[in-house]
Design a protein around this ligand. Sequence first.
Ligand SMILES: *[C@@H]1O[C@H](CO)[C@@H](O)[C@H](O)[C@H]1NC(C)=O
Ligand SMILES: *[C@@H]1O[C@H](CO)[C@@H](O)[C@H](O)[C@H]1NC(C)=O
Ligand SMILES: *[C@@H]1O[C@H](CO)[C@@H](O)[C@H](O)[C@H]1NC(C)=O
Length: 217
Amino acid sequence: MWIIFFILAAEIAVPALSVLDVMPKNGTELLLPTNSFQVNKDNRIAIARQAVFVTPQKIIPLQIRCVINCLQKTVANVEAIFKVEFSTMSLPTPKQTPTYKWKLFRKNTKQNILTLPEDNTKPDVKLSAGLLEEDVSYHLEVILDNLNGYDKSYAILDLKTNKAPENGSCTVDPMNGTAVNTFNVNCFDWQDPDGIWKYVIVFEVKENRFIIDETSK
Ligand SMILES: *[C@@H]1O[C@H](CO)[C@@H](O)[C@H](O)[C@H]1NC(C)=O
Ligand SMILES: *[C@@H]1O[C@H](CO)[C@@H](O)[C@H](O)[C@H]1NC(C)=O
Ligand SMILES: *[C@@H]1O[C@H](CO)[C@@H](O)[C@H](O)[C@H]1NC(C)=O
């Protein structure tokens, strides 16, 4: 039995816990929201207690693994692929076809970004380029269902997207020239909390792009 404490102050709405936030992992662990409730209004505080009974479940331990676009932070404008991985056991035999219900939320607002159809049987999910925004935290969830004799199994992954470097500029000298000129490119003042990895100098003719130099900082 688990006890969840809600501290309630008058006239302040407490964000609702979604079922998944408190879904226990086979009676062994209770997932609580990362931010605990700390609601203060002058000195009026009320405490409500709610007991939650957890029934042991027959689940399949799983986790979400990144397949493509797997830097510490996800690059927002590049496709990303994630896949379900079974941590300690493979799917039970006789082999059945489980369904994977994927959902992607913005972490703070819980705004739903993507929901795959419930009958989806593919163990991977593709987040197409441009679906994610820069510098945002997301929750990626998957629920494995439709396996006879098993309860729904659940995994969640926190994603944070990267942000482009900012505050800098670049100069080219000379501005005008011919094929025999040497052009000097200077980039300065670019800032990024994760550091600048490299500078890529690209030459563009109509729709075509040619990388002419790559330098690490
Ligand atoms: C979950 O708990 C039940 C009851 O204790 C147990 O029979 C089952 O094997 C457990 N499942 C997993 C995946 O740990
Ligand atoms: C570069 O050439 C163009 C076209 O001839 C001219 O208008 C411009 O002023 C030149 N810029 C510089 C920096 O010389
Ligand atoms: C860019 O400059 C602004 C204004 O000075 C600053 O608030 C911001 O943190 C800077 N960005 C980075 C990545 O350092």
